[in-house]
Write a protein that binds this ligand. Structure first.
Ligand code: ADP
Ligand code: MG
Length: 689
């Protein structure tokens, strides 16, 4: 299921290789420098695009040149004054020139002053070329190129504008060399470029060929009208972005098809068990939940395996949707595996499911890493024999010795916590089983399409009714005592419960600013919360202890749960209404949102208090403020994506897929969407959307 973007590359009819050394002006030394920067051949060189473009104004009247903002100019002028400081002075050498009534100052640093005196004499005519700095009183050119003229020009040349590309600098290679090398590569390679995007698609979007776009980007044709060039350039850049997106989406569409080609998926059409489950629910399903279930039921009834991603903000009620899917598969005679990323979550699912499915003819088992050998053996046997219908577990599920009699559906909760390979290991335990992946990290749609282009997407947008937004407060450690006092009173008054979350288990050797759960909990127990029931939960506790703590917290036997981010995903205790996050500045936005999602799950008013350090970086400050300003997971995800970029946002596992050379998932989301639709149409035929 993994689709790796790799680096987008041009394709030519002739396979190459197109060695850099073949280019005039590129010797072994330059070639080595280019290769060090990843420009390994001429095709790569063509994709090395300018960092910016510089207009050069030539021979416009002096006053007009002086007005051009940060421009590069060429003009002819007469020297009016030469200021040469003493031999050893560090002040620059300075020359004033007059160009048709406009004065310019030319300056040089570290120049041999004897040569200088010889070259520049008042009254002499000069040909001058350089960049103008407007910050000075008199427009100033630092280190311009100057040539003396023997006599004043009879007529001044015509005014013209031209544009030059400026490439990201590589030591020892100037722009002129880039231009020369690229022009040669272009002449050789552009005529034999293979167009990946079919002509009708290009025509529909009014896009040029890739070769044409590259000519514009490298300025291989002259432009004299700046505005016209800018418009052309935008079109050319979009064209490259489209090419990049289209190439990836084509691969994804192919993947999509090949995964569904197997028409041997178990057809699950029996709905009675699901209906029975709905009847027992203590609440009515939301519209989005029902729609998601209908979609999934439809998929499950087909011979092509379902590959669906269910997205919904924290607390939107994805679990019940998953259980409905499970009920349909089990009712139809198949087994279901539900995989969760942590022991705690797997156990909670197990308990919850047992409540929901009580008295229904469904045999549930759990499989986690912390079971005893005999326990584990018993579960494995029941699974292999088909006696267990629904198995809920962690990574323990995809181990080699786990076998199913008839695995029909794989459900992965918090799928972003798993690698694609792990998902596939579990899928291989059945014959083309269906897959339902769930995520509570809402990923902006454009990104989801880029990364999960081979999955169908269902979004739960609404939350169950009656939920009040979580009030979020930003406080610093200076007010910690007040916050503790407030929390204590509220707990005593209402009988509600609180989470306190810390980034670390114990004090680190180097890290002194991050709060840790062991120390903090001890302090709270002795001091602010001495009369409350307090417990600690973190990943290093053994499974039985974790389980017991969870159980007691869920049953209201613990007032304050001091924990690490092990509570980040999935925990669902409706009576817990207070979330205090200590050292929140070390967490990313999405993670903070996940943590906050642990409260606000019932009908009471909930609150989330961030207790940050006193000194925050600008970045951290921006993040916490954005977090305080909204409760909308999709909005936060987009902000997070903007702040951190796709690679970091998605985490290491999926980073490669989201790294584009030219495209930007946020900025170019419309191009991504178009490329996706076109690529899918190309592969799947006209029916695909
Ligand atoms: P998440 O999408 O974060 O996994 P859960 O599935 O854990 O959310 O659901 C959050 C809580 O909302 C649970 O306690 C669940 O029982 C409850 N819930 C789910 N659907 C509804 C609904 N339609 N009406 C009321 N409560 C619901
Ligand atoms: Mg969940």
């Amino acid at each position: 299921m993994e689709v790796t973007a790799g680096r987008f590359q041009l394709v030519t009819r002739d396979a190459g290789p197109f060695a850099l050394e073949k280019l005039k002006g590129v010797g072994p030394k330059i070639a080595t420098r280019l290769k060090e920067r990843g420009i390994v051949d001429q095709l790569e060189l063509l994709l090395y695009v300018p960092r910016k473009y510089r207009p050069i104004y030539r021979h416009f009247p002096g006053p007009e040149l002086a007005r051009r903002k940060s421009a590069y100019i060429e003009c002819i002028g007469q020297i009016t004054q030469v200021k040469s400081p003493g031999r050893h002075s560090r002040t620059p050498l300075e020359v004033s020139v007059d160009c048709q009534g406009q004065s310019f100052r030319l300056i040089w640093f570290n120049m041999n002053h004897r040569d200088f005196i010889a070259r520049f004499k008042p009254g002499r005519w000069m040909h001058i070329e350089g960049g103008v700095d407007h910050d000075q009183q008199v427009p100033t050119l630092a280190h311009p190129n100057c040539k003396s003229l023997a006599e004043p020009p009879a007529v001044l040349p015509e005014p013209t504008v031209s544009i030059e590309p400026i490439y990201p600098s590589i030591e020892g290679i100037n722009d002129a060399l880039f231009a020369k090398a690229i022009a040669q590569a272009a002449e050789h390679l552009l005529p034999q470029l293979v167009e990946i995007v079919p002509a009708p698609v290009l025509a529909r979007h009014g896009l040029s060929g890739v070769g044409r776009a590259l000519r514009t980007i490298h300025l291989l044709d002259a432009y004299s009208d700046l505005d016209f060039f800018r418009a052309e350039l935008q079109g050319a850049k979009d064209r490259l972005v489209f090419e990049e997106f289209y190439t990836l989406q084509l691969k994804m569409a192919e993947q999509y098809v090949s995964e569904r080609r197997a028409a041997r998926a178990p057809r699950c059409t029996e709905r009675d068990l699901g209906r029975e489950l709905v009847r027992r629910l203590p609440f009515a399903l939301t519209g989005d939940q029902s729609a998601a279930i209908a979609c999934i039921a439809d998929d499950l009834a087909r011979r092509t395996p379902m590959r669906r991603l269910l997205q919904g903000d924290v607390g939107s009620g994805k679990t019940i949707v998953a259980l409905m899917a499970a009920a349909i598969a089990i009712g139809s005679g198949y087994q279901v595996a539900l995989m969760a990323p942590t022991d705690i979550l797997a156990r909670q699912h197990c308990r919850r499911t047992q409540e929901f499915l009580a008295d229904l003819p469904i045999a549930i088992d759990s499989l986690t890493g912390s079971q005893s050998a005999p326990e584990r053996r018993a579960v494995l046997e029941a699974l292999a024999a088909g006696a267990t219908h629904l198995v809920i577990g962690t990574h323990a599920l995809f181990q080699q010795d786990v076998r199913f009699k008839a695995l029909g559906l794989v459900i992965i909760d918090e799928q972003h916590k798993f690698g694609v390979a792990q998902r596939d290991l579990l899928l291989q335990k059945g014959e083309d089983p269906h897959l339902l992946a769930m995520t509570a990290t809402p990923i902006p749609r454009s990104l989801a399409h880029a990364v999960f282009g081979d999955l169908d997407l269902t979004v739960i947008g609404e939350k169950p009714p009656g939920r009040k937004p979580v009030r979020t407060l930003l406080r610093t450690r200076a007010s910690a005592a007040k916050v503790y006092q407030y929390v204590r009173e509220r707990i005593i008054e209402t009988g509600e419960q609180a989470y306190f979350v810390y980034p670390m288990i114990e004090a680190g050797e180097l890290e002194t600013t991050r709060r840790n759960v062991l120390q903090a909990a001890e302090q709270l127990a002795q001091d602010a919360f001495a009369d409350l029931r307090l417990a600690i939960l973190h990943g290093r506790l053994d499974a039985t202890t974790k389980d017991a703590v969870m159980q007691r917290f869920a049953q209201g036997e613990i007032d304050v749960l001091c924990a690490t981010t092990v509570v980040e995903v999935g925990m669902d205790v409706q009576n817990a209404t207070i979330m205090v996050i200590e050292s929140p500045e070390v967490f990313g936005l999405s993670q903070l949102h996940q943590l906050r999602g642990r409260v606000g799950r019932g009908s009471q008013e909930s609150m989330c208090i961030l207790l940050s350090g006193e000194l925050l970086t600008d970045d951290a400050h921006a993040r916490l403020t954005a977090f305080g300003a909204t409760d909308d997971g999709f909005l936060l995800a987009e902000t997070d994506l903007r702040i951190r970029g796709p690679g970091q946002f998605l985490g290491m596992r999926q980073a490669g897929v989201a790294e584009f050379r030219f495209g930007d998932i946020l900025r170019d989301s419309h191009l991504l969407e178009e490329a996706r639709q076109d690529a899918r149409r190309q592969i799947l035929g006209d029916a695909a959307g």
